[in-house]
Design a protein around this ligand. Structure first.
Ligand code: GDP
Length: 201
């Protein structure tokens, strides 16, 4: 057990990798963030690190299909895995990206967990379900944020949470799920506890 919790505000950009071979050595602890475009992943990362510039790096043209690596301290890193967007991305590119993403999840030993950001109004898209399948294959824990919870009434948000949790029981890996809103600051402590847990293993 490590003594100090990671300080997310210390996150600094290290590199963007197009292939797994360009990543730093597979040592230490990494936690990755992933989500379909527009689910709010950048907003979550900005809020967590209190650094508006951070996730903008991943949105820079040319970097949107890359694995973006941020360093928290000597042996802990945060990985931003940009999700693909809507129909604008050609099918072949989508497939290539899905392969890289799948390989990363399956092969990266120092990856201790994945935060999957979903828009609560469109949970469990095909992209999300593929990701959960890969995580299951590699026994990788996943923590789901049902983001934009502010867009639904509390009752409807809770119902969606329960429905998603019921669906998750079909997977054979540790998957947790919570309500989240970057706008109304819902769920931030719960997310931090989850991250601290992974970064302390
Ligand atoms: P990304 O493509 O997943 O990185 O998504 P962004 O972080 O760029 O967010 C996409 C859009 O959703 C932006 O217009 C954000 O302002 C908005 N957004 C992000 N989080 C929330 C939230 O919790 N509530 C609401 N209502 N809007 C949000």
């Amino acid at each position: 057990m490590r003594k100090n919790n990671p300080d997310f505000t210390q996150a600094t950009f290290l590199l963007s990798a197009a292939q797994l071979t360009q990543l730093p050595p597979d040592q230490g602890i990494e936690v990755a963030f992933v989500g379909r475009s527009n689910a709010g992943k950048s907003s979550v990362l900005n809020q967590l690190t209190q650094n508006k510039k951070l996730a903008r790096v991943s949105k820079t043209p040319g970097r949107t299909q890359l694995i973006n690596v941020f360093v928290l301290d000597e042996d802990r890193r945060l990985i931003d895995l940009p999700g693909y967007g809507y129909a604008k991305v050609p099918q072949a590119m989508k497939e290539a990206w899905q392969r890289t993403l799948g390989d990363f999840l399956v092969e990266r030993d120092c990856l201790k967990g994945v935060v999957l950001v979903m828009d609560i109004r469109h949970p469990l898209t095909e992209f999300d379900q593929n990701l959960l399948k890969w995580a299951e294959e590699s026994a990788l824990p996943v923590h789901i944020l049902l983001n934009k919870a502010d867009k639904l009434s509390f009752g409807l948000a809770k119902n969606t949470l329960l429905k998603v949790i019921r669906h998750l029981k079909t997977y054979q890996t540790a998957i947790s799920c919570q309500l989240y809103s970057t706008l109304k600051t819902i769920g931030r402590d719960e997310l931090k506890d989850q991250l601290i847990g992974w970064y302390s293993t």
